[in-house]
Design a protein around this ligand. Structure first.
Ligand SMILES: Nc1ncnc2c1ncn2[C@@H]1O[C@H](COP(=O)(O)OP(=O)(O)OP(=O)(O)O)[C@@H](O)[C@H]1O
Ligand SMILES: [Mg+2]
Length: 345
């Protein structure tokens, strides 16, 4: 009887919600349904009022808000899915990269900071960039978003070469990115709402009620729905990172770049931010690139890893492979050892 009832309700669900998303990824509601963590009727309740064409999958947020599933339970489930995807990614990496560097060189203050970097960042996956301090990670991210230009080599976003691109076209490319800078870089004089609204007001010229709607959605997504009126100096380190993530998300970019989103946070908050990044990815399926010092944990939170060392790519590949690398530099870095090819003392 129960099975019959569930089937009946399931057949009443809008079929668009059970079909894969247009980008081919499964919907969060479908995954939860298949895992028997929610019932079709619970899913039906939260889906009403949602727009299936909306690029953001808010099902998880709504299920939590309506008390159907606990936040911890959902985040743990999504992380489990990411771990399963890591294996699929290792066995079948997607063919077309979203971002490519070809022989990129950059001198800063007379020093060669990037020394012939060749990179391929997979589309619609999470890539972590790791490496010792000063190895060129932030500089690499700034090249991706066009804040720095290479002295030599090419940078491609999709099939567009941004090297030498004029300012107007580069600005259009930049709008496809959401960026969380190292340190958060919120404006101290603005409250959280205005900080998150900033990129929308600057570029998108949306009516204020649409700005408010989108800011509110982004704040809900990072669990800061009631914090819009707070100023940055009233927030904890973890909240600041979440507000900065909301600001990166609000423009609904194709790419999200995060420069050390967990730096300076205690291990619990670091873990919470990793879960939040995973949740953001599962909802949006944006191409995400983040720099992290959180080794070896980081290998559990991404599909692909790029290790930069002394301005070159030391290793690039599926997280599950790089983790097992026998490269002495990589092993020393991953294990945090004092002795080895990297001279620290
Ligand atoms: N604007 C700049 N002008 C001059 N030198 C710079 C500039 N930005 C970075 N550098 C130098 O380039 C090198 C790489 O810097 P980068 O910030 O990319 O390192 P990183 O790998 O991000 O390190 P960390 O892990 O400490 O953040 C460093 O030696 C740094 O001093
Ligand atoms: Mg840096």
């Amino acid at each position: 009887m129960q099975v019959f009832l569930e089937k009946t309700v399931s057949s009443q669900l809008d079929p668009r919600w059970l079909a894969p998303r247009p980008d081919g990824f499964p919907r969060i509601g479908t995954m939860l349904l298949q895992a028997n963590l929610i019932s079709p009727s619970q899913l039906q309740t939260v889906l009403e009022g949602q727009n299936p064409e909306d690029p953001e999958d808010l099902t998880g947020t709504l299920l939590i808000e309506q008390g159907v599933i606990g936040a911890g339970e959902l985040l743990t489930f999504l992380h489990q899915k990411l771990l399963e995807e890591q294996q699929a990614y290792r066995d079948n990496p997607p063919p077309a990269p979203a971002i490519q560097f070809r022989g990129v060189e950059k001198h800063l203050d007379g020093r060669k900071v990037l020394d012939g970097v060749d990179l391929a960042i997979p589309a619609k996956r999470i890539t972590a960039i790791i490496g010792v301090s000063g190895g060129g990670k932030s500089v690499t991210l700034k090249h991706i978003i066009g804040l720095m230009a290479p002295d030599k080599g090419d940078i491609l976003i999709g099939d567009q070469n941004i090297t030498g691109m004029d300012a107007k076209r580069l600005n259009l490319i930049r709008r496809r990115f959401g960026m969380l800078f190292q340190g958060g870089a919120l404006f101290d004089s603005m409250n959280v709402f205005d900080n998150v609204a900033f990129p929308l007001r600057e570029n998108a010229r949306l009516p204020e009620d649409e700005v408010a709607r989108r800011v509110h959605t982004s704040l809900r997504e990072v669990n800061l729905a009631t914090m819009g009126h707070k100023f940055p100096d009233e927030l904890s380190g973890g909240m600041l990172k979440r507000a900065a993530l909301a600001r990166a998300l609000v423009v609904r970019p194709e790419f999200i770049l995060l420069d050390e989103p967990t730096a300076g946070l205690d291990p619990i908050i670091e873990n919470a931010i990793h879960h939040l990044i995973c949740d953001t990815y599962m909802r949006t399926r944006y191409t995400m690139v983040f720099i992290s010092h959180a080794v070896p944990e980081i290998f559990n939170w991404c599909h692909h890893v790029v290790a930069l060392h002394q301005g070159k790519v030391l290793a690039s590949g599926p997280a599950l492979e790089i983790r097992r690398s026998n490269d002495p530099v990589l092993k020393q870095f991953i294990n945090g050892e004092l002795t080895g090819p990297i001279k620290v003392i």
